[in-house]
Design a protein around this ligand. Sequence first.
Ligand SMILES: C[S@@+](CC[C@H](N)C(=O)[O-])C[C@H]1O[C@@H](n2cnc3c(N)ncnc32)[C@H](O)[C@@H]1O
Length: 248
Amino acid sequence: MKRLLRQIIPPLRRALGHLAAMRRSRRLGRLAVADAFDEVYRKAYWRQGDSLSGVGSEGSWAADYCAIVADLVGSLGLTTAVDAGCGDFSIGVRLAQQFEHYTALDISAFVIERNRGAHGHLQNVTFAVQDLIEAPIPMADLVMVRQVFQHLTNTQILAILNNIARSGARFALIAEEVPAGPFEPNRDLTSHSVTTRLNVESGIDITAAPFNRSASLLARLRRRPVGRSDEPVLSLHLMKLQPGGACA
Ligand SMILES: C[S@@+](CC[C@H](N)C(=O)[O-])C[C@H]1O[C@@H](n2cnc3c(N)ncnc32)[C@H](O)[C@@H]1O
């Protein structure tokens, strides 16, 4: 009997946990975008290790991403950056000192207030609450969007891509979690979501429809230590933008 229970209980727990997560995700999808992500941070839904922004913001994905940005700073001569959807600043704190000025924006007032408390002493960093879908993005050499689009609908992503193009930025770096193998890109979500397109076996590719942006694939980062071959990868695209709001 004990053996039977040991076999049944773990998968049952996992299934119940999955159901609860789906219910929560559906409920948050009905809230305004700002309220949904505020709740994610207040209740630490994404926290698995140290970062409130989730496992993608720590470990090898964070280290490898920051190394790539450091290379770009040198090779492209970048001095100013916008971290669009900065989350809990786990990534920003590792990058900010490489720029003369670093603007960190997020829709969650809760996480921005927390960032101001922890990192307000950084002289070259400005934190601001901003909905990237609605408000103009400040001008900078580089706009970084890291694991933000994966939570938004295609219409919301298009609005942000247009805002980035209009900002006058020279470059935009888009980093998104995608399936390891072949996948149908950009399957739409019914609303913004605390989960990602991995749930619908898809991921964001800004070079594919409906975005069709011209961008070069810089890297597909596997998480280390390397685990199962079907683990998602972090895909990085660099867009070179033209003055006047167009994409090259
Ligand atoms: C998974 S977190 C990634 C945080 C950070 N970029 C990183 O990689 O650590 C996604 C972030 O996007 C923010 N976000 C989602 N929609 C947004 C919007 N419309 N405007 C600004 N930030 C948004 C969320 O509040 C959240 O902090």
